[in-house]
Each structure stands twice: as C-alpha cells, then as structure tokens.
Design a protein around this ligand. Sequence first.
Ligand code: ADP
Ligand code: MG
Length: 435
Amino acid sequence: MNIGQEVLALLKEEISEIEYARYIKQLNYDEKKSSAHMALFHAPNALIANWIKSKYKEKIAHLFEVKSGMKVAVQIVLGDVVEKQKSKPKSESVIHNSLLNPSHTFENFMVGGSNQFAYAAVKSVSEKPGKVYNPLFIHGGVGLGKTHLMQAAGNFLQNHGKTVIYSTVEQFLNDFIRHVRNKTMEKFQEKYRKCDVLLIDDIQFLSGKETIQEEFFHTFEALKNAGKQIILTADKHPKKIAGLEKRLQSRFEWGLVADIQPPELETKIAIINKKCEINRVKLSKDIVYYIATVIESNVREIEGILSKLHAYSQLMHVDITLEFTKNVLKDHIKENRANLTLDSITQFVAKDLNIKPSEIKSKSRSKNLVYARRIAIYLCRELTQNTMPQLAQYFSMKDHTAISHTLKKISELIENDEDFKAKISELSNKITSSS
Ligand code: ADP
Ligand code: MG
C-alpha cells in the first residue's frame, strides 16, 4: 500500500460506508506525480472531484500530515488526464507546465452576448496563431470563463501539433525561482521561449513583482519576435493593473484586448445545460431556470451547485425536485447576498435609470418613477431578507399589503412583458455581480 492508499483507508474509518463507496473509493492516488509536499488524486468526473474538494480535501490533507509528518497540499484532478497521457506516446514537443483541462474546449463553451467578442477573438487566434492578434488579452471578472476560453485555444492548438505552455503567473514565478536556484536559467528560457503558444493566466498577479516582470518582458519579446502566439488573461484591462511596468502595459495592448461580461440569463441557462450534459445530471427546465436566476455572474458556482445537488440526492436517496433544489441552495443564496442592502439596491437602480434614489422612494406617481420603484421593490424583495413591512416603510408605502400588491403586479409584468423581464434580470445580474 502506498501512502495515498493508506490515507484513504484511514479516511474510510471516519466516514459512512456509503460515502466511502460513492466518493472516496473512486479516487486514484497518483504516486508518480505526487511528491513529499503534494498529493495528487484523480477523480472520474467533475462532480466527484468537486464534492471531494469541498468535503474531504482538508481531512485528506490532515491525514497526510499525520502520516508523513509534513504539510501536504492535496490536489484532485479529473481522471481522464491520466488516461490520455498513458495512451498517448509521449511527444517530446509537448511540454506541459500545468495540464490543460481536457473539458475546456470550444464545444463546451457556451457563447452569448456577454462573451461573444472574446470567443470570436480566441477562435480566430486559434485558427491563425501568431498571425492575427498578438498578444490576445482577455479580461473579466471571476468565474466568467477566461481560463476556459484560453485553454480551449490551448487544447485546440495542441491537437493541431503545436507546443503549448499553459501557466498561471504563480507557476511561472515558481518555475523561475526554481531555475534561478538550480542555476538552470537557460533551461527556463528555452522552455518558455521555444514554445509555439504561451498561455499565461491571471496576469494581474505580476503586479508589483519587478524581477518577474523583467523576465516576462524578455519572454514576451522573444515569442512575439518569433511570431509565436501569446494569450493572456487578467481580471482587468491592462491599463487598470496597478504596479505593472509601462512597457508591459503597452505591449499587452498591442494585439487585441477583449473583455468578458457577466452572462445573461439565456447564456447561464445554456451553460447549466451544458454542465449537466457533461456531468450526466438530469434536471428539469424549471430547476435549470431557477439555478440560473440564483447564481449571479460567477459561472464557477454552477459546478459547485450541481455537485451539491447530485451528492445530496444520492446520499438522501431522493430525486432532484425544485423544492429540493431550493432547500439545498438556501444557504448559498444567503451567503452571497449578505452585503446587499435596500440602499445599495435602490442606488443601483436609480443610477441605471438615471434618476435620484430619493425619487424612487417618493410617493410620486409619474410613469417612469413607478416603473423604477417597481423594479427596486422587486429586487429588494428578491435579494435581501427584508420583510414586507420593512419594504413598505422604506419605499414610503402605506403598509405591507401595498407591497404585496405591487409584487403581484410585478410578477404579472415579468410573465407578460419580455422587456420588463429582461430589464429585471439585467439589473439583478449587475447588482449581484458588483456586490
Ligand atoms: P475565470 O478564469 O474567468 O475565473 P473559468 O474559466 O475558470 O473562469 O470558468 C469557471 C467555470 O465556469 C468553469 O467551469 C468554466 O467551464 C465555466 N464557464 C464559464 N463560462 C462558460 C461558458 N460560456 N460556457 C461553458 N462553461 C463556462
Ligand atoms: Mg481563471
């Protein structure tokens, strides 16, 4: 028995048989790739991987520490990564830095208004690497698909025989330090300057790190001059990354800068359906719709939610119904919206509709104010824990029946008026993603 198996055997003692059989037993310890400080496990699918990450990872790390006396970082990756490597003859030309996630493909990426520009840019760069936009710089908020899109290009180009390096800034930095320490800088330079395609994720972490910026500058120049494709991502536009050298900043804008916005409702629905298909989870339309309205912009939450639903339904032997989904997601919603207040929502709506917050809260019956007030009331009800009397007081209405009446009216509008529904969901997305 290797240490990984021993740790899992210890864990078996601590959890129920069914949990063990369903999740832990599915893990495979990768002895070759693990080290004294890192334990790598493969899980057969994303659901199991996510579930284990959220529920058992810390326990596993703790057991490793107990067994080996050293702090060990536990990593759970998808199983088919190993399968592919085994079956493929090892090609000298493919140097992996960190593995590309094989499910991050163009086919699995759902395109909508929020990401179509970035998608089109990445697509065209994949078809003509080094020829159209170099570098391609993608920016956008957390969990909006930057890494997925960048890796889709990586997977595509790798399948077309290109040498692709994918690396986060952190890995690039660690690699650099290691080579400096081992006095093997020429190896480092060869690795990063001889590839066909360099993907660097989360460039904002270069901020304030001068030495690595210097090194990255030379890597960039070498690749760019050799006509090799560079794709970068960050959480903001290069201009807005503080602590970034001017020469890098300007170079990042040389090619094309494309942004990804929070997804619209339809795109979220398409993404959820796709994730269900990939993870073989069956959900009814109303549940998919519900999840799409509950999650705000961060698409990463979808996978967590699906694995939660899947795991709970398995452990409790129940079907995934809408009621069940609502229950499972209750905490999730509360946690995410804790910081939204009546004031912040009202201010947001007022700003968006170009009126004053005080006007929304006034008693005026002018048409545009009634419209704004309805939207604000609805969003406050949806996004905060305030009761109807509290809302009545805040919006200068007579009592809770007035609020209840307004909410009923809004529900009718949402049902019958597509524009109104779209406006509500747009604002809801914006508010929750900015909170
Ligand atoms: P970021 O790098 O922008 O923080 P990721 O690329 O890691 O976000 O995306 C988070 C999760 O959401 C991933 O599981 C990814 O597959 C998924 N995702 C994001 N956007 C889309 C999309 N348009 N279609 C399908 N999946 C998406
Ligand atoms: Mg990312």
